[in-house]
Write a protein that binds this ligand. Structure first.
Ligand SMILES: Cc1cc2nc3c(=O)[nH]c(=O)nc-3n(C[C@H](O)[C@H](O)[C@H](O)COP(=O)(O)OP(=O)(O)OC[C@H]3O[C@@H](n4cnc5c(N)ncnc54)[C@H](O)[C@@H]3O)c2cc1C
Length: 318
């Protein structure tokens, strides 16, 4: 029996594992190698890395760091999570193995809705930096670039407006059709964000540009960067198996990193509704680990409670 099972080997899960290992807990991390951080070619906003750090290198370093203190980190997919009658959780893996733990942390992240390229390779376009999914992460690096944003709904419009702070040449292009009110269109127009009406029928990548062919056009339009604004889907399925419903935005409630989702079960990182960023995920991972460790200590009667008188009769601070 593990003390803690962490589902997820991204920044949230690996930070939680590091803290728990240093709290001298038996901690096992299971991940299916789909951390979104692995997609970041070079993250420039991770504190302590002024020259930037590749997402894959960050994950490798965080893995080594947690393992150094005894965390076990392994590849696998958790297909089912259930509560044990006698307390704790059973996780069934795709290998058929069952992992049992007294407590668990869900650091399962989100699935980004990606585009399909008609010409070229999607991952090569991401590596080349012409296809990007996170304006907050890398908008700064696109100053002055010709930027296309795919998705002409409010989400796409908000993303285009955000990127407009970095470039004068931002164009919003619909996946199907423009779904904006006259008022929203006026806001975009006032900020010089172009809105095209025809939907994209083909996306191609070669070299340092992205080619977008619109319905009824034969010559592709070229842009330096395409930001698809198609949203993401939080990976909440394991929580849902335990009867925990996602909130209106599809994630787990953000307060969950402070409060347990249910006894001995916490969540951290992108799977919580909030700001999907590495720094946030690491902070929440530390918080969830500490809350869970303290909860385990309570189970072990390894705490001084408010009701326990101390030597001079004063009550201790928690
Ligand atoms: C292209 C791109 C670039 C980015 N650049 C930056 C950047 O520059 N700066 C920044 O701050 N943020 C950046 N981000 C966002 C950042 O990657 C995420 O905020 C961060 O990875 C969230 O960490 P997390 O641990 O919550 O989730 P993730 O890192 O996504 O990890 C989720 C983990 O859960 C595992 N998992 C989920 N379900 C299961 C299951 N059932 N069984 C086993 N394992 C499971 C996955 O395999 C994965 O290991 C970028 C994102 C993208 C897509």
């Amino acid at each position: 029996m593990e003390d803690v099972l962490v589902v997820g080997g991204g920044p949230a899960g690996l930070t939680a594992a590091l803290y728990l290992a240093r709290y001298r807990r038996r901690v096992r991390v299971i991940h299916d190698l789909r951390s979104r951080a692995l997609l970041a070619p070079l993250a420039h906003n991770v504190p302590g890395f002024p020259g930037g750090i590749a997402g894959a290198e960050l994950i490798a370093r965080m893995t080594e760091h947690a393992e150094r203190y005894g965390a076990t980190i392994e590849k696998g997919r958790v297909t089912r999570l259930s509560a044990r009658e006698q307390g704790g959780y059973d996780a069934m893996l795709d290998t058929g193995e069952t992992v049992s733990a007294r407590g668990a942390i869900l650091a399962t992240g989100v699935d980004t809705r990606t585009v399909t390229l008609d010409e070229g390779d999607h991952d090569a376009a991401v590596r080349a930096g012409v296809l990007r999914y996170c304006p907050i992460c890398d908008g700064y690096e696109q100053q002055g670039a010709a930027i296309a944003v795919l998705g002409s709904d409010l989400h796409g419009a908000a993303e285009a407006m955000f990127l407009r702070q970095y470039s004068d040449a931002v164009t919003l292009i619909p996946k199907e059709r423009v779904a904006l009110t006259a008022h929203q269109r006026a806001d975009l127009s006032a900020s010089n964000v172009a809105v095209l009406e025809r939907k994209i029928v083909a996306i191609g990548h070669a070299g340092q540009s992205i080619a977008l062919t619109l319905d009824g056009e034969t010559v592709p339009r070229r842009y330096d960067i395409l930001y698809p604004a198609l949203g993401s889907r939080p990976r909440t399925e394991l929580a849902e198996q335990l009867g925990i419903a996602p909130d209106a935005e599809g994630g787990l409630v953000a307060s969950a990193f402070g409060e347990a989702l249910r006894p001995g079960l916490f969540a951290a990182g992108d799977v919580l509704t909030g700001l999907d960023q590495i720094s946030v995920a690491t902070g929440q991972g530390a918080m969830a680990a500490t809350r869970l460790h303290n909860w385990l200590r309570e189970q072990e009667h390894h705490v001084v409670t408010e009701d326990t008188p101390v030597a001079n009769g004063a009550r201790p601070r928690r």
